[in-house]
Design a binder for this molecule. Structure first.
Ligand code: PEP
Ligand code: MN
Length: 296
């Protein structure tokens, strides 16, 4: 394949279109296995706003079966006048909530200069969509060595996304989980925030051994669509989901970021039951299918 040299470390296939190549990798984050037999659900607020808010949501999502907590402390906001997150105070809140709930945390690192600081608190460092091609940040995270959640740039091709992962891998860190979070197309902005590209989930699984999860929250921008998108993602064989959840009684208008897309804990509970009923397209099954295709 012509472009394999560009992401030679993270490529699944050494050879032709139907070659099996490297087996799927399980990325373990504080004991939570991405790419294993069951899909992993990460859930939590868009933004850490207070200890009470974060703890309440964390306890709720844990009781639903979520295995990791999300929450932004350093937020990439379109307008510089919008709430930028609590910064280190937010990281301290996340650490406190981890202490009380046992849930490992993933949070975004916005900048090379923040890798040390965020890395001191987080179990997994998130590279946001707007930073997917921030090459110095990727290189620094490669050197840092902690697991990375690499979100797809909202206008990035699969090739560019895998090359971004390669920047991290090249420094010796292959603890990378990819995350499809919606891309810009003509439909984006009209009836949903972005366009959830589920086809890419199948394509990623062919192209790399790294696990890929889906973010139905930012992809749709609509709480009512999140459960559908989440189930469809699992149907495509995603290794997990990252979902924004708000408190059960918090007025929606009170949220300081992404107010339209957060789901309530009750919705998460229902959704997780459905996902468990669907079962998972296990990696083993995927590899078997690839084998039979190759044999034809
Ligand atoms: C987020 O997950 O907090 C976030 C900002 O997402 P994205 O980078 O995909 O927009
Ligand atoms: Mn958000």
């Amino acid at each position: 394949m012509a472009n394999h040299h560009a992401y030679r470390i993270v490529s699944r296939n050494g050879g032709g279109k139907h070659s099996i190549g490297t087996a799927s990798k399980v990325v373990s984050v504080a004991g939570v296995a991405f790419g294993g037999r069951r899909p992993v659900v990460i859930a939590g607020p868009c933004t850490v706003e207070s200890l009470e808010q974060t703890l309440e949501i964390a306890l709720e999502v844990k009781s639903c079966g979520a295995e990791m907590l999300r929450g932004g402390a350093f937020k990439p906001r379109t307008s510089p006048y919008d709430f930028q997150g609590l910064g280190e105070e937010g990281l301290k809140i996340l650490a406190e909530v981890r202490e009380q709930t046992g849930l490992p945390i993933v949070t975004e690192v916005l900048d090379v200069r923040l890798v040390e600081l965020v890395g001191r608190y987080a179990d997994m460092l998130q590279v946001g969509s707007r930073n997917m091609q921030c090459f110095p940040l990727l290189t620094e995270l490669g050197k840092f060595g902690k697991p990375v959640l690499l979100k797809r740039g909202m206008a990035s091709t699969l090739h560019e996304w895998l090359c971004a992962a390669e920047y991290i891998a090249k420094e010796g860190n292959t603890q990378i989980v990819l995350c499809e979070r919606g891309i810009r197309t003509f439909g984006a902005g009209e009836y949903s925030r972005f366009c959830l590209d589920l086809n890419v989930v199948g394509a990623v699984r062919e192209a790399t051994y790294l696990p890929v999860i889906v973010d139905p929250s930012h992809a749709t921008g609509r709480a009512d669509m999140v459960p559908w998108a989440a189930q469809a993602a699992i149907g495509f064989g995603a290794a997990g989901l990252i979902i924004e959840v708000m408190g059960p009684h918090t007025p929606r208008s009170q949220l300081r970021c992404d107010a339209d897309q957060a789901i309530r804990p009750a919705t998460l509970r229902k959704l997780m039951n459905q996902i468990h009923k669907m079962g998972k397209t296990e990696e083993a099954e995927f590899m078997e299918r690839k084998t039979s295709v190759a044999a034809v």
